[in-house]
Design a binder for this molecule. Structure first.
Ligand code: TXA
Ligand code: MG
Length: 311
């Protein structure tokens, strides 16, 4: 895997590779994405193969502007309001495909909707602008595993190149909202808190239930380290690694990492995946994660921890 710098030179090389149908890992403010030309069937199919991703789990199209998104999906007034408020940023909107939508049907796995997002990371936007067309990009990890939040955590087998854009500021994935029949459905909690969304669109309908998946990717088990993970742990065994939060430590663990000493949930989110990777070491019998407050981005942290703990 070639390592590219986030300079005009590195970005030009990334665009050349993408035009040739190759996969390139790019930084976003949430997690690193495994990007491909959204209109190229072969490149899109290659994403599923590289990640070992189930063929029924659709991809998000990333755009450089609202206008670019409007060629792909139909924006209702509510959808437009949300895009204007939160783009560029960690909000993905699931909307009906337009009749002339250029995104490969493989990316949407036969659905008549498409997920779109305009990332805020300067390098992601620079790549999108230079490429001049939408890029599909799932998180740049083998399916089911932890998402990468820095270039070093991108699996070298996945992509032809990675553009190094440093550490992801948010550290967990975008919030996914589907607009359907003028209601907003939360499909995945993420970088934008539900409170901020609800301030604009009123109460969100719950689209996250694993029993009735509106989002094909809502697997109960996901983001999983290799070691077993216990959540809401209030005690710890001497053989376990502890993932702690706030000023009170879990004493007695073999090792411990604190997501945020000061109890800052944004800091905790940014550290979550990297710390799980560090603790995921066969020297220890398992990982014990302390309870995390379920407010703001804490909801997304708890969603990831629950899925990581599911066996
Ligand atoms: O922050 C993010 O969203 C990152 C960065 C790279 O942009 N991307 C990301 O992609 O998390 P991925 O593929 O790991 O997760 C996309 C999720 C999946 O759960 C998928 O099922 C859902 O979005 N999704 C995509 N298209 C959909 C659609 N048309 N309807 C419902 N859910 C959809
Ligand atoms: Mg993912």
């Amino acid at each position: 895997m070639e390592r590219l710098t986030a300079t005009s030179h590195g970005i030009a090389r990334a665009v050349d590779l993408l035009r040739a149908g190759e996969l390139v890992a790019i930084p976003t403010e949430t997690v690193y994405g495994l990007a491909a030309d959204a209109s190229a069937d072969r490149a899109v199919i290659q994403i599923f193969a590289a990640k070992g991703r189930p063929r029924g789990n659709p991809l998000i199209a990333h755009v450089a502007s609202l206008q670019q998104a409007q060629a792909l999906v139909e924006f209702s007034p509510l959808a437009l309001q949300l895009a204007e408020q939160f783009w560029p940023g960690p909000l993905t909107l699931v909307l009906p495909r337009t009749a002339h939508c250029a995104v490969s049907l493989w990316a949407t796995t036969g659905l008549n909707t498409l997920a779109v997002r305009m990332p805020a990371h300067a390098t992601a936007l620079a790549v999108l602008r230079a490429f001049g067309a939408p890029l599909v990009a799932p998180s740049a990890n083998p399916s089911g595993h932890l998402s990468p939040t820095c270039a070093d955590h991108v699996d070298p087998d996945l992509a032809s190149a990675v553009v190094d854009g440093g550490k992801c500021a948010i550290g967990l994935e975008s919030t996914i909202v589907q607009i359907s029949k003028d209601r907003a459905w939360l499909l995945r909690p993420g970088g934008i808190s539900t409170a901020r969304l609800e301030a604009i669109c009123g109460p969100l309908a719950d689209g996250t239930s694993p029993q009735h998946p509106r989002s094909p990717g809502q697997f109960a088990s996901h983001y999983a380290p290799r070691l077993p993970l216990r959540i809401n742990a209030t005690t710890v065994q001497t053989t376990e690694a502890a993932l702690t939060f706030g000023a009170i430590e879990l004493t007695g663990a073999a090792t411990a990492l604190n997501l945020s000493q000061s109890g800052d949930l944004n800091e905790a989110a940014a550290n979550l995946f990297a710390f799980l990777r560090l603790l995921d070491n066969p020297r220890w019998s398992g990982i014990a994660a302390m309870p995390i407050p379920d407010s703001g981005i804490g909801q997304a942290i708890n969603d990831r921890l629950r899925r990581a703990a599911h066996r």
